[in-house]
Design a binder for this molecule. Sequence first.
Ligand code: ZN
Length: 157
Amino acid sequence: MALRNIVVEGDPLLRKVSRPVDQINDRIIKLLDDMADTMYYENRGIGIAAPQVGVLRRIFVIDIGDEHGKLEFINPEITYREGSQVFCEGCLSVPGKTADVERPAKIRVKALNRKGEEFELEAEELLAVCICHEYDHLEGILYIDKAIDGVINEVES
Ligand code: ZN
């Protein structure tokens, strides 16, 4: 198991747009494994994007504890959005805070898996929230930017 340091709010890396992965090589596979280790190690981590470990590549890993298990997304694209839902979000890179954020109720996402195969997934509820949240990281956007009425809650971490 290898853990990576989590980049936290205030670091300019979190505000950069990540670049696509052009080749899924051993370094990318190691990055995926380390990202999952880091996500599972950190309490309540249900998703992690590469910029959160300081790598500006279009990759994220999600495990919300449902039947999908661990999902890895390389060069993801959200191809469909429908409806809206509000969910109270948190983020490993914004410790001690939560905020209500409005997201699509249903999305479709297309990405590559670690074998370089394209897959498509339809998601609703928490999984849709999580995918949109992680996708935003690849664009340099944090959920606190989208807090409803700018309200950000302080919580005990
Ligand atoms: Zn986050």
